[in-house]
Design a binder for this molecule. Sequence first.
Ligand code: UGA
Length: 456
Amino acid sequence: MIVTIVGTGYVGLVTGACLASIGHTVRCVDVSEERVEMIRAGQAPFYEPGLEELLSEGLESGRLSVTTDLAKAMENSVLSLIAVGTPSKVGALEPDLSYLETAARQIGEELRKSSDYHVVAVKSTVIPGTTRGVVQRVVEAASGRKPGEFGVAMNPEFLREGSAVEDFRNSDRIVIGQADARSGDVLADLYAYFDCEKLRVGIEEAELTKYASNALLSLLISFSNELAGLCEATAGTDVETVMEGLYLDRRLSPAVDGARVRPEILSYLRAGIGFGGSCLPKDVNALRVYGRLNGVPTPMMDAVMLTNTARPVRVVEMALKALGSLEGKTIALLGVAFKAGTDDLRSSPGLAILQALVARGAKVRAFDPFLSPKAAERAGLNGSYCPTLELAVKDADAVLITTGDPVFRNADWERLSSSMRGPVVIDGRNALRHVTLPAAVRYFPIGQGEQLVEAN
Ligand code: UGA
């Protein structure tokens, strides 16, 4: 199938490279000449394991091409997937739909030039009603065609950064929101290669399914963090132990052949410094706005965000308590990206912690194994960025861990702590819980109440 993908961001490019790898002819379109040149040279504009290999393979085979010319990319194409960004509007919670509208209008203008059947499908995350109310309406006006004379669909993605290629290839589900059966059939053909569950639903159901998925993950994380706060206030408790008791519920970890199976979802039931990234916070906020617009209160989603924004503050308070004052103190921040295994700083709680520490007079040395000096410079981190773990930690008054990267767990803490000025370790992810640290290290994990003194 010849497919046009509008937007070579995270979703668009991974989808394009993966679809080309299963035999489709994929034409990716982006407005940025610089980005197009970069991708044409086989370089991914962001870090994603396995993506560059797929790009090279697709470009070499000719099944994948990249252009700024939408008209050329739509020649003989049966389907356009819109995968442009829908970021939160500056200073507001609702998504900015301007990129989506522009893409829909341009696609519509191309459709006006022919009478071939073509499906316009939205891959970007959009609030219920947007595909029909904005995209379909704009395509209709720009093309002069009526719905039915072109197809409309909504096909959300469920890829995680850092494992997006793998997630695409081993999709757990494909959700096809269809305006009519003919539109959905084209999407079903596109994904015929995959034998996972394919759910064909209404357009608004598809839109909402995406939000429901991310909202549930956010809810689990905030629940775990709220519990961590309660443990911190309760002497003799440890959130890790409480959680272990929770996991052992057979409904959460079923026994299969006598052995407990721990589903991956349990990793979202762990305390930390809060969720971040380009999806979870934006999507929970968009749901809240959607509820407000429709007169439906969303107190759970409101609370999820409230707990989430409180967590980075809590970790800074722990640093303050451990060091007395942060003024003039050197703090090694280990992990800046929103999670381990990516270089993405968008809505990163680690970045929020960095800024809060600096605001309180601390000198921060930030190290993240995935963050390149260039990316750090683009993010304005020049003053704090450290290229190695050793340099970040040397002469620091404290270490503050903000991602669970295995590099931190596997580091030589004997050597690292001996290079520090004051060996304080604040562990925002409980990443070193099972590491034997030198006796001199003052270790502060999250979710632990004061130790109770045993009576003799
Ligand atoms: C998330 C969803 O997991 C994807 O299914 C979805 O497609 C994607 O958003 C999206 O909407 O595009 P992603 O933002 O890449 O993917 O991040 P996750 O790996 O889910 O991590 C989100 C947050 O949860 C991070 O802050 C991370 O630290 C935290 N997390 C992640 C955990 O607490 N535990 C984990 O096991 C994984």
